[in-house]
Design a protein around this ligand. Structure first.
Ligand code: HPA
Length: 273
């Protein structure tokens, strides 16, 4: 069975649960799961039940698709994503993104928790991702290309759509929420960076660093989705002292900033076509 056939089978399975096809898809990052409380939920589909979806290897890892509407606007949300560091192949990481496209999604809103390397950032800041740098993250398009999914050599000059960035900035302004903008520097993890690496990332042009998103955004651009992405800054990489970071700290900071993040995503999801 080809990868494309697997994708269409997965999409056909999910379609049975959809009454109003959503044009907007959302990927929720670590600690940002509360967003789903704003959705009027029609159905939830466990990843484990969807044919060919990556199988969770992590104990207590519950992923599901949440299907419903937000202020009347159909929306489909990935609660839980797959990270390369968990042992999934790059192709598995992006499988759900491609399925969303086959379900009719046109715009993808992606979120993540990230470490700040721009010295002006502080914990709890929101950063609209204007561009990214892939640093040793495996490109999910390596290998034979299926033209049904997208072109062999996709353009990446505007991986994060300018018109969506403009809309998000307008929304943030209207809600009086301060947002930063910057370049997301994608790494594999799972180690947090060393002091020297945080410094290097800054020198190389990163404003924030994280372990997700880049592969998803590559596949999303390949298949023709319009992408918007935002990071919640959960820790500051460049600190002179006490530069320790724990996953708990990341989750806590994401949770604290969640209401600001959710307010912007909610508004954005309801105004985009
Ligand atoms: N580095 C990499 N990934 C992260 C970080 C970080 O500091 N914080 C949250 N995700």
């Amino acid at each position: 069975m080809t990868a494309y056939q697997k994708l269409t089978e997965a999409a056909a399975f999910i379609k049975k649960y959809i009454t109003h096809p959503p044009k907007t898809g959302v990927v929720l990052g670590s600690g940002l799961g509360n967003f789903i409380s704003a959705i009027t939920i029609d159905t939830e589909v466990e990843y484990a039940d969807i044919p060919h979806f990556p199988v969770s290897t992590v104990e207590g890892h519950h992923g599901k698709l949440v299907i419903g509407n937000m202020s009347g606007k159909p929306i489909i949300t990935m609660s839980g994503r797959f990270h390369y560091y968990e042992g999934y192949s790059a192709e598995e990481v992006v499988f759900p993104i491609r399925v969303l496209k086959l379900l009719g999604v046109e715009t993808l809103l992606i979120s993540n928790a990230a470490g700040g390397v721009n010295p002006e950032f502080k914990v709890g800041d929101l950063m609209i991702i204007t561009d990214h740098i892939s640093f040793a993250t495996i490109n999910p398009l390596l290998g034979p290309n299926d033209e049904k999914l997208g072109p062999r050599f996709p353009d990446m000059s505007e991986p994060y759509k300018k018109y969506l960035i403009d809309k998000a900035k307008a929304v943030a302004k209207q809600l009086s929420i301060d947002v930063k903008e910057g370049v997301y520097f994608g790494v594999t993890g799972p180690t947090f960076e060393t002091r020297a690496e945080y410094k290097l990332i800054r020198v190389l042009g990163g404003d924030a660093v994280g372990m997700s998103t880049v592969q998803e955004v590559i596949a999303a651009n390949h298949i023709g989705l319009n992408v918007f992405a935002m990071s919640v800054i959960t820790d500051i990489g460049i600190r002179e002292e006490e530069n320790t970071i724990t996953h708990e700290e990341v989750l806590q900071a994401a949770k604290a900033a969640e209401p600001k993040f959710a307010a912007i995503f909610k508004e954005l999801a309801t105004i985009i076509d």
